[in-house]
Design a protein around this ligand. Structure first.
Ligand SMILES: [Zn+2]
Length: 46
């Protein structure tokens, strides 16, 4: 199972996300600091 982590480029908070959360963060930005997020801010880990 692949785990996807969001690492905010602005506040450097890392958060484990599922697909739904990924979509939400891309749409609304970082849940911590609300900085806008891009595909590059997500890291997939096997
Ligand atoms: Zn942030």
């Amino acid at each position: 199972m692949t785990t996807v982590e969001f690492i905010c480029a602005d506040c450097e908070q890392s958060i484990e996300v599922n697909e739904e959360m990924r979509e939400t963060i891309l749409a609304t930005g970082c849940p911590v600091c609300t900085s806008s997020a891009s595909e590059d801010d997500f890291v997939a880990e096997e």
